[in-house]
Every structure is written in structure tokens, then in C-alpha cells.
Design a protein around this ligand. Sequence first.
Ligand code: AMP
Length: 483
Amino acid sequence: MPNNTVTFASLNLAEPLMRAIVDAGYTQPTPVQAQAIPLVLAGGDLLAGAQTGTGKTAGFTLPILHLLSSKPAATPRAGAPRCLILTPTRELAAQVEESVQTYGKYLPLKSLVMFGGVNINPQIKALRSQVDILVATPGRLLDHVGQKTLDLSAVEILVLDEADRMLDMGFIRDIRKILALLPKQRQNLLFSATFSEEIKTLSDGLLHNPGFVEVARRNTTSELVTQSVHMVAQKLKSHLLSHLIKHNDWKQVLVFTRTKHGANRLAEKLNADGIAAAAIHGNKSQSARTKALAQFKDGTMPVLVATDIAARGLDIDMLPHVVNFELPNVPEDYVHRIGRTGRAGSSGAAISLVDSEELQHLKDIERLIKTQIPRVTIDSFVPPAHIPAEAPRAPRPQHGQKRHSNTTAHRGQATTGNRTPGQAPRAANPKPRNQQRADVAAPPRPRAPQEAPQKPLLSEAARHQAMPQPALFSPRPAARRGK
Ligand code: AMP
């Protein structure tokens, strides 16, 4: 979404950066770039409200590269970066560092990305040479600090990217530890999609007289994204999704599920239906995640099934379709999810498959985005005559419940939802609700949620109590009744 008045030429970026911008095919700065670049170049602190998809990465990377290249390091030392960029997830770290390389390709600056889940030794080796820009997730960075393989005393510029998500993921203690290791005199840039009280507290303590930029107001959705809701029973969702993908010949679909377990199950189901799909979440090895993402990006695998946390920071250009296989519990996550499409000026479609139990979530989302999402019926979809009984889903957290809530008030209770009369209650889940969201690490070690071991969502006994729900989706009653 280019800004009509500001040009890249008017931003006075160094010539090697201008060449890289031309190579990237960018003709005009996006609004966040037009506003943030001059503020960062002026050397001040910055508080920026910008969601992923706005071009925020170039908004801080370009001026940082300019500043570092125009002023040589006072005392260059191996393993002592001049700029530290902290991100919540491995994928985002990798993508930000890729952007640093893309925009800095004609500059002699060196960058390094470090995150957990991979062998630490190549990172230690890389730190034995010059590193100007380090992009890191907090946990692995502190591992290096502990091993004394990283020197943070030369940091001139600190970036907290997606700071709201870092707090959501429980990184605040790690961030505070890292801040204490940095030189007092430095430039601080904080990017966040939302401005909660916690973000305000963090920015008040971190930033000095910051410039302020806000480009995408909180909880707004892009007009470039066509949103629709298909009302469909949970047990029919995978059938409808297979149908939508095949019938419309979708080539690239990012599908969100609520749990890692659900992501795995759905990917298996799609593969069984002849649609190449992979699940991406924190229990997958880093190499499996990287491979799946690469195949998805290059078009060899049309479907990527992801949980919210794993999908955070995935930068896939021109993603045409995002599917909410289940609605998120936290309405703001809906905005983040569908922000994966309609990015940087291209249009996209966000399709939500909604079971009757999710209607309250749908209402919460519509209240947040101040829009009624059109309900769409797929006439071409004929539900299968036989649907094997499958394990029930885990009870959902209460509407709007935050992920890291420590509430135990409902421990072990079954939810009833808005079930039809006569339908069996869903099985009780022995785990506290805050741990039922398998993509989130349970306290007390929230540092690396991606690495939390996966636990079964339901006991065997609970599986036997599975009761299929009546289908809401009934375009062809005869076919649905089957024999
Ligand atoms: P980001 O919000 O940083 O994740 O960027 C979203 C996407 O916008 C990335 O794929 C960038 O390559 C792209 N992008 C960044 N700046 C521009 C620009 N000025 N013009 C067109 N696309 C851009």
C-alpha cells in the first residue's frame, strides 16, 4: 500500500540501499516506511503501531542499514553486534534476517540470525567473526549470553519486533534480562500490532521521547481481503475444505487450526484426500518447518496448516487464501490471521469454517472488526454419506480468554456450549484449560513455547464418548441422510 506523497528518493537513503529497493521491485514506500524511516534516520527512539503486512520490516531495516553503514563501529569486535533485533518466533527471526540481507546486499555489513531448536555450534562459530546486525529470539540469545559467546556491550540500536506477541508468549522476563545487558546509550525501536497496558508499561520504561507512528489501527481488517463465513458442523469441516480446495483449484492456502494436534490431523486428512499439505507448529523440528515453508512458498505444496503461534511472522507474498478451520479464541488473532492475505496491495480471501459452537467467537470477532462477515453457502458441496465418528475436540477456553491465563476455576469441567438437545456433552478434559491450547507452553517455562512437548488432548476414555454433531450444512438433505 504505497504512500502517494513520499518517494524513496525523498527519504535520502544511501545509494546501495536504493539499488536494493529497485531490485526488490518496490516503487513507493508504504505508509509505515514513509513515516518511520525519517524518524529512525534522525536517531531518535520510535514507537510504531504496525501489523505484519504493512512493510514494517523494511521500515526499520532500511534506516538501520543506512545508519550503520554511514558511521563505522567505534571499536569493532568479533561477536559484538551493533544492532540487535528481537523477535518472538524463529520464523519471524529468519524472515527479518532475510530482509536485512535483501536490503543490505550492496553493503559490506554482516548479519546473523539465531534461534533455538537448532544446533548452537554454527551460531557460536559465526559469532567468532564480525556481526553487525543480530536477529534473535530471546531464549537462544540468553543461552549465548550464558555461554559467553555473545557480547552485547556494543549494541547501538535495539529493535523489539512484534513486541505485543513477545509479551503474549511470556518473554517479558527474558526481555528485561537482555535490556539489562545493553549499553544505556542506544536507539530503541518498538514495533507492536496492538497497544495494551503491558506494551505501554514496556515502552514507557524503554523509550525516551519516542517518535510515534501508527499505520494500521488496531483491529481493523484490510479492505483488500474478502471475508466470508461458511456455517458447517465441525465433523464436516475437513470435507468442505477438501472440496473448496479441489473445486476452486486453490494453489496456496494457509489454514489455521486451534491446536497442534488438530493441525496434524487435518494435514493427514487432506493428504488422504490427495491434497499435498503439511502442518507447521512448535513440535515440528526446525528443519521440517523450514522445508514445509519452502515448499509452500515455491508452490510445490498447496496447503500449509498452522497454529497461531507458528504462523506468526510467516511472510508469504501475495497469499491468496487464508482459511480459519476453527475461529481463534482471542478475537484479535482473527485480524492477525487474515492479515496473511491482502498484503502489500494484493487482494486475498479469508474463509472461516464456523460450527454452531463457535457462534459466540464469531460475534466477538464481528464486534471487534465492526463488520458483519457475509455467510456464504457452497451449493456444489455434497457432504459425504458416511462420516466416521471422530474424537471430540477439546473444550474451548472461554470467549476472549487470554492464552496465558492461569485460571483454574474450570479445571476438569466439560463445556456444554450451545449443543442441540439430546446431544451428549463433550468429554471432560483432565488438563486445565490454559494448557489445552497445545501450541502454548505451560508455565513455569514460557521462554520457548515452540518447544513445549505435545500432550494428547483427550484421554482414550474420552475418545470413546465421542458423539458426532448434527450437520448444520445441509444443501442436499438426501445425500446427507445417506442410507
Ligand atoms: P512486512 O510487513 O515487513 O512483513 O512486509 C510485508 C510485505 O511487503 C513483504 O513481502 C515485503 O516484501 C513487502 N514490501 C515491503 N515494502 C514494500 C514496498 N515499499 N512496496 C511493495 N511491497 C513492499
